[in-house]
Design a protein around this ligand. Structure first.
Ligand SMILES: Cc1ncc(COP(=O)(O)O)c(C=O)c1O
Length: 379
């Protein structure tokens, strides 16, 4: 039987102690025992989010939290500025369209970060826009968008919210929800929280609550106001994903033990060591504004990135990710999120070297691995 490694940007590998807590007998969600766990999780999430805002927990993938943000903040016919620089930026626009809002798209070349001046210009051209939708980290390209600078721009506009998809960013690097003026921040369980898929988490600022009160979009399960009322009763509006919330409690305890600084440093180390290895192999990074969550590598000329992914998965038992949509075949992506260590990065790099060699690319086996080892030894 082949040993399997999961190094894709979600779902990610989950620590055994978290899995074992999640496999304990289910407790009832309307019990004092579960209410105490839920209330503690909600408080600990504020530490991770660096916020005093309420954080809502839904049983869904991350997209559910994105959809909920559209349906709870907007009304049909509302305009919203959308930063569209990858697959997930496109999703914001698709969600707006699905519910009859009008996206004003800022198209950003894949691999590049948005220029805050373009967002400011779009807001000047459309001052009635109710929201700016953006990714903190666009996972399809490995690009970090400058959300702190966007916060400065949007803060000055009382009728406009900054809504950040931080599904692959929160817990990876610094994101100061309150200080930076991030009104709504969405994340999911299967990325840096290193849990199985199934939870979306959404923080909501006071400014955003005011717009929620006015929203006329159709909604039922994903209802921010109903969930806020449930927080006061130490429960959720509907049956929560009990086991995942218990797992989240364990992960948050671990995060508090290492501290946010320790958590960010861990991702930075894995990212920088991997990137050093990739450069030493003579390969190029795809992103002009690279993120600590993943390393996105341009497939060398004449090599199909999907083939690299396939060889790793089928021959070596290692799952990394390929490119999506227009980037398919052109890139491959190694994740640094989840239950991973520097040794996993060494495994990924050595596998990439061997796969490239087997595809006929001139690569010196061990060169990338040596550079990464050197980095890890010194940092
Ligand atoms: C930045 C970003 N947004 C949205 C999503 C979609 O999340 P989900 O697949 O959990 O619905 C992902 C998942 O990869 C993501 O990385």
């Amino acid at each position: 039987m082949k040993k399997r490694y999961l190094m894709a940007p979600g779902p990610v590998s989950v620590a055994p102690e978290v899995l074992s807590r999640m496999s304990e007998p289910i407790i009832h969600h309307r019990s004092p025992q579960f209410s105490a766990i839920l209330t503690k999780v909600r408080e600990d999430l504020k530490y991770l989010y660096q916020t005093r805002n309420d954080i809502l927990i839904f049983a869904s993938s991350g997209t559910g939290g994105m959809e909920a943000s559209v349906t709870n903040l907007l009304s049909p016919g509302d305009k919203a500025i959308v930063v569209r620089g990858g697959k997930f930026g496109e999703r914001w626009a698709e969600l707006c369209e699905a519910y009859g809002a009008e996206p004003v798209n800022i198209d950003v070349e894949w691999g590049q970060a948005v220029d805050p001046a373009d967002v400011e210009k779009a807001l000047n051209d459309h001052p009635e826009a109710r929201a700016v939708f953006v990714q903190a980290h666009e996972t399809s390209t490995g690009v970090k968008h400058p959300v702190e600078a966007l916060g400065e721009i949007v803060k000055k506009r009382p009728g406009t919210l900054l809504v950040v998809d931080a599904i692959s960013a929160l817990g990876v690097y610094e994101l100061k929800t309150d200080e930076w003026g991030l009104d709504v921040v969405v994340t999911g369980s299967q990325k840096s929280l290193a849990l199985p898929p199934g939870l979306s988490l959404v923080s909501v600022s006071e400014k955003a609550w005011a717009l929620c009160e006015e929203s006329r979009m159709p909604k039922y399960y994903f209802n921010f106001l109903k969930e806020r009322k449930a927080i006061a009763r130490e429960t959720t509006a509907y049956t929560p994903a009990v086991s995942l919330i218990i797992g989240l409690g364990v992960v948050l305890e671990q995060i508090k033990a290492v501290g946010l600084e320790g958590l960010f440093k861990h991702h930075k180390r894995l990212s920088e060591g991997t990137k050093a290895g990739i450069r030493a192999m003579g390969l190029e990074l795809f992103s002009k504004s690279p993120c600590e969550a993943i390393t996105v590598i341009k497939a060398p000329n004449g090599i199909d990135g999907q083939e690299v992914v396939k060889i790793l998965r089928e021959d070596y038992g290692i799952t990394i990710a390929g490119g999506q949509a227009q980037a398919k075949g052109k890139i491959f992506r190694i994740a640094h999120i989840g239950h991973l260590s520097e040794w996993d990065m060494i495994i990924a790099l050595s596998a990439v070297e061997r796969a490239l060699k087997s595809l006929g690319h001139p690569v010196e086996l061990g060169k990338g691995v040596a550079a990464a080892l050197e980095y890890f030894a010194n940092n």
